[in-house]
Design a protein around this ligand. Structure first.
Ligand code: FAD
Length: 397
């Protein structure tokens, strides 16, 4: 619903968090400009999951039709032991999420989800004024000479004046630095390979055919590493995320190109189905050092506030980073949409109050999964697996 007085918000960063925020603010009738440093708006070629908490936000923005056209729904989540693939945990997702949480658990290609958000931002038939999206606009300075009208300045000297600036500029947020927030970045000691495997290759090989018989979100647990895979685009690709100890090279460079063979080599001695699957990866495998942020409640200074990885980057060990950014977006829009310019700072404080503690808990839980997923063979691993087996929910769709 549009507020009675529209004012201007500049969102720095056109990632999944920034665009969800822009769209949510538009729904509240605010005038939004997004400044994105990249020459083109887009996302990496990989998958993303939205659990019901994030699906609910996206559906609340009126995107059901668009999301139904791009999603893949896993029936359940299965946890397997590294050595022999034995199932240690099974949680139903499909029907149960909709019944229990009234929202679905969906998978997408990131580029598709990003495109849906981008199109909705500029759809002339949408609610509120269309969002102004500017690419090749790297913000390098915040001019707060007038604290009520902060100015985001780009590296080529353009100045964007508005009533609020939101830093949705990711884990290495510049807005965060310019705001004077503390340095909370931590290196996890781990890295993640991301890869896509064509579904037709998976279906053609009897050793991997089982992956297309039932769409599952799968996590393999092994000593000091784990592997996640799930189908996207209705089976066009199997998305792979493989988390292993980080090499010095990747730690220093943050990201490097890799190959299917690197992926296979990262899982020596694992169940035969693992190399059979990983060897089929398309050649553009990438590998990222995994950094995250220490819990930190400083998300706001005057009329500048942070959102997403800029304030609560977390390990992807619960698949919640973007989802938490989407929750931020919904709450931010609810608070900013309810006030006139006089109430902006108080609205931002309420946004931080409502979000920081919860996102911090998710940061902590994601970090704890680093230990939980990676127990070496031995008593702790056995205790974990016994507990997971006991907690089997016993039914699936
Ligand atoms: P980003 O996506 O990093 O976007 C920031 C944007 O800001 C970028 O477009 C960048 O170019 C731009 N930018 C940066 N600096 C500037 C500047 N100075 N000026 C202008 N623009 C700038 N989360 C989930 O919810 N589900 C998952 O399944 C999931 N899987 C993951 C798997 C892996 C391997 C990893 C590493 C993460 C995963 N995540 C997942 C986490 C998720 O990817 C991030 O939390 C999410 O992308 C953060 O969104 P964001 O918009 O805050 O930041």
């Amino acid at each position: 619903m549009a507020s009675s007085q529209s004012y201007e918000v500049t969102v720095v960063g056109g990632g999944l968090g920034g665009l969800t925020a822009a769209l949510a603010l538009r729904h509240r009738g605010l005038r939004v400009t997004v400044l994105e440093q990249a020459p083109q708006l887009g996302e990496v070629g990989a998958g993303i999951q939205t659990a019901p908490n994030a699906s609910r936000v996206l559906l609340g923005l009126g995107l059901r039709r668009q999301l139904e056209a791009i999603h893949t729904e896993p029936l359940d989540q299965v946890r397997r032991r590294w050595k022999d693939g034995s199932v240690v945990g099974l949680t139903s997702l499909g029907r149960r999420c909709k019944e229990q949480f009234n929202a679905p658990y969906w998978h997408y290609h990131r580029a598709d989800l990003h495109r849906v958000l981008m199109d909705a931002c500029v759809d002339p038939a949408g609610p509120g004024p269309v969002v102004a999206l500017h690419t090749a606009s790297k913000v390098v300075e915040l001019d707060r000479t007038d604290p009520a009208r902060p100015v985001a300045v780009t590296d080529d000297g353009r100045r964007y004046t508005s009533d609020v600036v939101i830093g949705a500029d990711g884990i290495r947020s510049q807005v965060r630095d310019l705001m004077g927030a503390p340095d909370t970045l931590l290196f996890s000691g781990e890295m993640a390979y991301r890869a896509l495997i064509p579904g037709e290759l998976i279906a053609a090989d009897p050793a991997t055919r089982w992956l297309v018989d039932r769409y599952q979100s799968t996590i393999w647990y092994g000593p000091d590493r784990h592997l996640v895979h799930y189908m996207i685009r209705g089976g066009e690709f199997l998305n792979i995320v493989a988390c292993v100890p980080c090499t010095d090279e990747v730690a220093e460079k943050w990201s490097v190109a890799a190959t299917a063979q690197d992926l296979v080599d990262a899982f020596p001695g694992w169940d035969d189905r693992v190399p059979a699957m990983l060897s089929k990866a398309k050649e553009d495998v990438s590998c990222f050092a995994l950094y995250h942020r220490r819990r930190d409640p400083v998300w706001q200074d005057g009329r500048v506030a942070l959102l997403g990885d800029a304030c609560h980057a977390m390990l992807p060990y619960q698949a919640q980073g973007a989802s938490q950014a989407m929750e931020d977006a919904a709450v931010l829009a609810e608070e900013l949409g309810a006030v006139t310019t006089d109430g902006i700072e108080a609205a931002l404080r309420r946004y931080v109050d409502r979000r920081a503690k919860h996102a911090g808990m998710v940061q902590d839980a994601s970090l704890q999964n680093k230990t939980f997923y990676h127990f070496p063979d031995g008593p702790e691993q056995r205790a974990r697996d016994e507990k997971l087996r006991r907690d089997f929910d016993g039914e699936s769709d």
